[in-house]
Write a protein that binds this ligand. Structure first.
Ligand code: ACO
Length: 342
């Protein structure tokens, strides 16, 4: 089978086109490498105690969070994504110029446009290849992964980057203790490549916009939405998140004819340890098979799943050949899951 980028003739002069014509080995995609990046600055619960009326005890009891990373002044979502993408490419033994597709999940873009995918593409030097952002809040990476998987399986991409990156510290109201303690910054990435056997076994995406008022952030072109920081009805979000994520995991297993005992690792959205524990309990999954990084990262929205995945791969917990369920839930509401043979 011959692969030819649909954008081959459209690139500006100087963009290599013929090099993107390659033969495809299979019709599945697999994760060739993972990467992540966390900014240097760490904000602990004790630091927050000095900034607002809160306590380390309250934050840990209600969320499991102990610390989170905060982007440096001037450091952007794309800055962090570039570090994560380069790390994922290194892990896959690939060069930035090998990338031929970029799907970038974020809810904190550097600019309204050009989108973060395009800004990252320029940094990586893979001119001419499709690059775009997906703004589905915390499930942004799940959407990006699902889209990238489909392009690889369709033979329209061979080295696809799926990214989740966020600078949530810029859209947090630091005077609102009910949300400010929850969020952090960071980026995660995976590189997908074609494979003869399935790596990504299935992905499942959903959305329900009727919940738009329970978790939102203004700042777009609707000037009536004057709140430009994260607003959340925490209790309601909590309950719906647990029920929805349980359904999403069951849907993923059922689609593949599997029982939960087949899962080696659940890699959940790292929003709140209580949500993760409640989900695992309802599914009868022992916490020993659940990856948790929320204590160190806080909720990094679209970056949360790829950050957790990369941390678990690099620490040696997740090994090649193991079966993973990835899931995320966020503003919209939007949610998504994937069954992955790593
Ligand atoms: N420190 C101390 N006290 C606080 C703080 C704080 N940081 N924040 C709120 N409180 C107080 C409240 O004022 C309230 O006080 P009151 O009883 O005197 O009125 C009390 O703590 C309890 O507040 P609740 O909001 O009922 O606390 P709850 O147990 O629900 O925990 C939390 C709040 C952690 C936000 C929880 O609702 C939650 O985790 N919700 C899910 C949110 C989430 O995970 N969203 C992410 C999913 S989507 C996404 O990732 C964007």
């Amino acid at each position: 089978m011959i692969y030819c980028s649909p954008h081959a003739e459209l690139g500006p002069s100087g963009v290599a086109d013929s090099s993107r014509q390659k033969s495809l080995p299979g019709i599945f995609s697999r994760i060739a490498g993972t990467g992540s990046y966390l900014p240097e600055k760490i904000l602990t619960n004790f630091d927050l105690e000095k900034m607002m009326e809160t306590s380390d005890q309250w934050i840990r009891d209600r969320t499991g969070i102990e610390r989170r990373h905060i982007a440096a002044d001037g450091q952007t979502t794309v800055d962090m994504a570039e570090r994560a993408a380069r790390a994922a490419l290194d892990a896959a033994g690939l060069a930035p110029g090998d990338v031929d597709f970029i799907a970038f999940g974020t809810t904190t873009p550097d600019m309204l446009f050009p989108n973060c995918g395009v800004l990252l593409q320029a940094r990586l030097g893979c001119r001419g290849v499709p690059a775009f952002s997906v703004e589905t809040a915390c499930s942004g990476f799940m959407y990006a992964l699902s889209i990238a998987d489909k392009f690889v399986r369709a033979g329209e991409a061979r080295r696809a980057l799926a990214i989740g990156a966020e600078t949530l510290s810029r859209i947090v109201d630091w005077n609102d203790r009910s949300t400010a303690v929850l969020f952090g910054d960071g980026a995660g990435a995976v590189v997908l490549e074609p494979a003869d056997a399935p790596g990504i076994l299935s992905t499942h995406l959903h959305a329900d916009g009727t919940y738009k008022d329970l978790l939102y952030c203004g700042g777009g072109t609707d000037l009536s939405k004057t709140r430009r920081t994260i607003a959340m009805s925490g209790n309601e979000v909590f309950k719906i998140a647990v029920g929805t994520l349980c359904k999403a995991i069951k849907e993923t297993l059922a689609a593949n004819g599997l029982d939960r005992s087949a899962i080696d690792w659940l890699v959940p959205h790292q929003a709140n340890l209580r949500i993760i524990q409640a989900t695992a309990r309802r599914l009868d999954l022992p916490m020993e098979r659940v990856i948790t990084t929320v204590q160190d990262h806080g909720n990094t929205s679209a970056a949360s799943v790829p950050l957790a995945l990369d941390a678990a791969v690099r620490s040696g917990k997740i090994k090649r050949g193991q079966l993973l369920v990835l899931e995320a839930f966020g503003g919209g509401f939007t949610w998504g899951s994937a069954l992955v043979r790593y």
